[in-house]
Design a protein around this ligand. Structure first.
Ligand code: 1CP
Length: 341
């Protein structure tokens, strides 16, 4: 049996469209909260293949999404490179900020292979349990977004320190980016070899950059990653998500040659369907707040997206991650509406 998500990523207009949701495994599910409490902290959960595989599969069992996404995090790359990482309760990720030669020199790509072994084990476990119509998506943060967290040491509204560093010390920043490009390739190659069937590059902070920096820090590195993955795995499908890239989305799709383009909440599907080549599959972009609200708001927003995307290659998703307060019943409501077609 063909998998609908892979068909869509091959350029077929499947209707009703395949659907999955960013952060579909997570705190809005009671079964997740239970396992999370058992593991203690988030990193222990992600590096425990039995628990991580179970969490990856929870939303598939409950809702029957067309894709499972590996339960992991984009910050596993800095962690595997040896930068300290912890997830503080209610605060998000914390890392020792990387801003000088000593900190950069301390990163070690050679050790990464061993540190990511539990994650690859999770991939194998999920593949072994997944049915034959559900696609397993692997992922990594795109180099710029990962660099943002490494330099800043935590989340930020505008990643000003990182943007300043990229202008003020371009040679230093470029060495960090080169390391991250290679680490991302190695991590994704390992995930594909272990059994993921498509990969997604999350560039959540692409939208904070100027157009020239967007070309240097987002399009060019992504292009290198896509080219290398295709050289090794000609059939692998790649989705790019340069969040809040606005008018640069078209240039991103052409410049990176991704198979799928993630639209964020602010993207206009009607405009993009005329602008982006029909060979590129669009994915997105329901506002997570409409999913939280449910009812008519959810119904109307969903209809608008479906109407704009009908008859072109498309994957239904959110415009950003699901929020923890979302009632699971709203997800069921959404799926029934999409699957009526
Ligand atoms: O239980 C908890 O409290 C942990 C919360 C959590 C979860 C469930 C974090 C910490 N990461 C994740 C899982 C995760 N992260 C997945 C799993 C698969 C799925 O989608 O179900 C994925 C794909 C990510 C990707 C990720 N992590 C991104 C890119 C997408 C996005 O949301 O923009 C980013 C920016 C991160 C960093 C991160 N990890 C965790 C948090 C809270 C954050 C955001 C930090 C910030 O506020 O900037």
């Amino acid at each position: 049996m063909q998998k609908s998500l892979l068909q869509a990523l091959s350029g077929e207009a499947i209707w009703p469209p395949p659907v999955w949701l960013m952060r579909q495994a997570g705190r809005y599910l009671p079964e997740y909260r239970k396992l999370r409490a058992q593991a203690g902290d988030f990193l222990s959960l992600v590096t425990n293949p039995n628990l991580a595989a179970e969490i990856t599969l929870q939303p598939i069992r409950r809702f029957g999404f067309d894709a499972a996404i590996l339960f992991s995090d984009i910050l596993l790359v800095p962690w595997a490179l040896g930068q300290g990482l912890r997830f503080a309760e209610g605060e998000g990720p914390l890392l020792p900020p990387l801003r000088d030669e000593t900190a950069l020199a301390a990163l070690n790509l050679a050790n990464m292979g061993e540190k990511i072994l539990p994650i690859l084990e999770t991939v194998k476990k999920v593949r072994a349990q997944l049915d034959d119509h559900t696609t397993l998506i692997g992922f990594a943060g795109a180099p710029f977004t990962v660099a943002c967290y490494m330099v800043e040491g935590r989340g930020s509204r505008d990643f000003a320190v990182t943007r300043h560093l990229a202008y003020a010390r371009p040679e230093f920043f470029s060495r960090l980016m080169t390391l991250l490009i290679q680490a991302t390739i190695d991590f994704l190659v390992a995930q594909i070899s272990a059994g993921v069937e498509a990969v997604m590059l999350f560039d959540s902070w692409a939208g904070v950059l100027s157009p020239t920096q967007f070309r240097t820090q987002v399009i060019a590195p992504t292009r290198i990653i896509v080219t290398e993955l295709r050289r090794q795995f000609p059939d692998v499908k790649i989705i790019g998500f340069p969040r809040l890239a606005g008018y640069l989305l078209g240039e991103y799709a052409e410049g990176t040659a991704v198979d799928g383009l993630g639209m964020d909440t602010a993207s206009n599907p009607t405009y993009l369907t005329g602008k982006i080549s029909p060979h590129v599959t669009l994915q997105g972009n329901l506002d997570p707040m409409a999913l939280l609200a449910g009812g008519n708001a959810l119904r109307n927003e969903t209809n608008a997206i479906l109407a704009a995307m009908r008859d072109r290659p498309f994957i239904f998703n959110l415009g950003h991650g699901i929020v923890p307060q979302t009632p699971p019943e709203h997800v069921s409501q959404l799926l029934s509406q999409i699957r009526v077609g």
